[in-house]
Design a protein around this ligand. Structure first.
Ligand SMILES: Nc1ncnc2c1ncn2[C@@H]1O[C@H](COP(=O)(O)OP(=O)(O)OP(=O)(O)O)[C@@H](O)[C@H]1O
Ligand SMILES: [Mg+2]
Length: 343
């Protein structure tokens, strides 16, 4: 463990249980299997969804600590320290994995992701303990990304239960089996905030993604199902269509993104979540939190790779927030349009 506690109450803790070094290799032409390629360039960045969230929060000057499994001499630790991030590391034997992105001149990208180091029960317990220690008195804990080999599929549910008594709000952004296991675990394991995209919401609702994309009412019904399972707030991000925020007490808001020249949407959702948390730290209401989330997501989409925005890059004025569904006209008084009867 490499940190000491700081002023609680406004602290954010992120967990990246399966971190990665993200290595981008620039190919001079189309990828040809079975040949030698002379790379045009290459770069390496520390990655993982929780790391991305922490970077965006730190870039806004807020107090954030990143919990991750990594040996002290692992290259990712050096890279994260170089970025000025405060870390709480649980030492593990295996080096942090590398994920490769092969980019071709026409923009085609091929991703090769290593599975990640297997964590034994002792390391998992140490990670849980580290998150819990930093969560005591913190405002938010953000649990993001895939689980490493060795972690039980319902580990996020275990963590939410374990963190409940700390007083911190708990946000989760994950997908597939760990997401399904979390929502199947019962209301005592439901996070305060869930950030699905439409693909993840479709996985939870057990319907094809196209169904939700084509029918906003179906998407809202799927979100209502999450509230029924105990989730207080759902930030549903819709890529270039912006995002929707739904609260368990019947609030529903939509936000369109600002005019954006897209360079890379990798990590845009992580920046959305960071924007939401930062707005909460600033005391903003739900509409303000949604507005900042969309401004941050779109600012990230305008940056290369998985770069995270600074507050001045987030175009708040360009984000239109309306009560209700994306298609519905904005009422003059911005009261939540969807009451409990709509769910
Ligand atoms: N094409 C786009 N134009 C403008 N903004 C975008 C675009 N794509 C994404 N965004 C912004 O980023 C936010 C998050 O995008 P998205 O729904 O794709 O997240 P995601 O699928 O969780 O991404 P990831 O998991 O890769 O970080 C959107 O709400 C929006 O603000
Ligand atoms: Mg996402």
């Amino acid at each position: 463990m490499t940190t000491e506690p700081t002023a609680a109450g406004r602290r954010v803790v992120t967990l990246t249980a399966n971190p990665s070094l993200d290595r981008t290799l620039d190919l001079p032409g189309p990828l040809e299997r079975g040949t030698v390629a002379r790379l045009g360039g290459s770069s390496t960045e520390p990655g993982g969804k929780g790391v991305n969230v922490a970077r965006a929060i730190a870039a806004a000057g807020a107090d954030v600590v990143s919990v991750l499994p990594a040996a002290d001499d692992d290259p990712i630790v050096k890279a994260l320290h170089a970025l000025g991030l405060r870390l709480s590391t649980v030492p593990v034997q295996t080096p942090v994995r590398t994920n490769y992105t092969l980019t071709e001149p026409d923009g085609t990208t091929t991703k090769l992701n290593e599975p990640g180091a297997r964590l034994d029960p002792v390391s998992l317990a140490a990670l849980e303990g580290a998150v819990r220690a930093h969560a005591l008195g913190a405002r938010w804990v953000v649990l993001s990304g895939s689980l490493p080999p060795g972690a039980p599929l319902d580990w996020y549910a275990t963590l939410v239960r374990s963190l409940r008594g700390t007083g911190a709000r708990i946000a989760v952004d994950t997908s597939e089996a760990p997401l399904l296991a979390l929502l199947a675990a019962g209301p005592d394991a439901a996070p305060d905030l869930l950030k699905p995209n439409t693909e993840e919401l479709a996985q939870l609702a057990g319907v094809p993604e196209e169904t939700l994309g084509a029918d906003p009412d179906a998407a809202i019904a799927a979100v209502a199902g999450l509230h029924e399972r105990g989730v207080a707030e759902v930030l549903l991000t819709l890529g270039g269509d912006g995002a929707v925020l739904s609260t368990a007490d019947g609030g529903l808001w939509s936000a369109r993104p600002p005019r954006t020249t897209v360079r890379s949407t990798v990590g845009a959702g992580d920046s959305s979540l960071a924007g939401y948390v930062l707005a909460d730290l600033a005391g903003l209401d739900p509409a303000g939190r949604l507005q900042n989330a969309v401004a941050y997501g779109s600012a990230s989409a305008a940056l290369p790779g998985s770069a995270v925005p600074t507050p001045d890059q987030a175009d708040l004025a360009g984000v239109a927030v309306t009560a209700g569904l994306p298609a519905s006209p904005a009422p003059a008084e911005a009261a939540p349009a969807a009451g409990a009867d709509a769910r």
